[in-house]
Write a protein that binds this ligand. Structure first.
Ligand code: SAH
Length: 343
């Protein structure tokens, strides 16, 4: 592969560089979502997910006094399904925002155009409008951003790299001392310990928190992650709905890492946004009324009752996506509390 040739010529590359290269290749070439793809996401499981996002955004916007210049922003919009379902509900509340999608994959931009018509696309958040309140959502976006890993060796902390063993890609320790890059509390960890961080996620949350603080607005980030700092590699590769070795599947599987919500909450607050809360996805969806929505859908289409009940279970049950997935809510100063965060 191209990466193996690069490593053979230049030497090992960092895990972060590896993850960035793999996902750029992976997303550029395919639509990975759905039964015939590699993985399925909440908005693809049921329209109810995007609808609850739309209800939440319309509600906070209404209680913020219905600002007129407002943009809806989705980060990493996949097929555009969440945006479609959220826009439909928001329109019923009289909220018809301009639509901006941050999306790097050309294949997925085409899918989004097909579903949503012409909206405004961005390669990264830096070009988003700076004269409007922003209603932001990201689902399984932060987990696709590259993580950096440090590993404890006999010689101290080193960056975890990807090198070659014959023709095989394998994790190796870098040769430069990296002790300064490891938080104090973790320095004394045992040999082989791994500490992970995601500066790309920090940069995105910092940028959006600053905008929301200055321009008004609110944001919801949904992802599989943790609240209290943890150690170990959370790098995971999924292909055809199965976990595969992240170092074998270069560019042909979806590479993700757990999101460190604890750090992102600190970053958002430091950047001037209000943290409305971080909840388990299941609790949040229940609080927003997904149960009643499921009943209404079943009443309208009784022949789909089993399918709708299964989707509800998948999105909310503890043993499914209900507690592993979290949602972090942010808002601008002077914006009201958000529904569903137990405030
Ligand atoms: N939110 C969608 C898709 C999740 S998959 C859903 O829930 O179904 C991750 C999405 O993020 C894809 O749309 C992918 O193309 C996009 N993405 C990944 N890395 C990105 C980056 N660095 N910048 C912008 N978009 C990115």
């Amino acid at each position: 592969t191209r990466l193996a040739r690069l490593i053979a010529a230049m030497g090992p590359i960092s895990v972060a560089h590896y993850m960035a290269e793999c996902n750029a290749t992976y997303y550029a070439a395919r639509d990975p979502l759905g039964v015939s793809g590699d993985f399925i996401t909440a908005p693809e499981i049921s329209q109810m997910f995007g609808e609850m996002v739309g209800v939440w955004l319309a509600d906070i916007w209404a209680r913020a006094g219905r600002p007129t210049r407002v943009c809806f922003v989705e980060l990493g919009a996949g097929r555009g399904t969440l945006t479609r379902d959220a826009l439909w509900v928001m329109a019923r509340f009289g909220l018809r925002p301009e639509v901006h999608l941050v999306e790097t994959s050309r294949v997925l931009r085409d899918a989004q155009r097909e579903l949503l018509g012409d909206v405004v696309w961005h390669d990264d958040p830096s070009t988003l409008p700076n004269d409007a309140a922003l209603l932001v959502v990201g689902n399984e976006f932060l987990d696709a951003l590259p993580v950096r890993q440090m590993v404890k060796t006999e010689g101290g902390w080193r960056e975890r790299m990807v090198g070659l063993d014959g023709a095989r890609l394998v994790p190796v320790a870098g040769d430069r001392p990296m002790d300064a890059a490891v938080p104090d509390a973790m320095r004394d960890a045992p040999l082989g310990a791994i500490v992970e961080s995601c500066s790309a996620a920090v940069a995105v949350v910092d940028d959006l928190a600053r905008r929301i603080a200055a321009q008004g607005g609110a944001a919801l980030f949904f992802d599989y992650g943790y609240g209290d700092a943890q150690m170990g590699s959370s790098l995971q590769a999924v292909k055809a709905h199965r976990k595969v070795d992240p170092f074998v599947a270069a560019g042909t599987a979806d590479l993700t890492a757990l999101v460190d919500f604890g750090v992102l909450v600190e970053v958002a607050e430091r950047s001037g946004a209000r943290h409305l809360g971080t909840a388990a996805q299941g609790d949040w969806l229940q609080a927003l009324g997904i149960g009643a929505r499921a009943e209404a859908l079943i009443a309208k289409a009784p022949e789909q009752a089993a399918e709708i009940a299964a989707a509800l279970h998948r999105l909310t049950a503890d043993e499914e996506m209900g507690s592993l997935f979290k949602v972090m809510g942010l808002a601008g100063v002077g914006w009201p509390d958000g529904a569903g965060f137990g405030l």
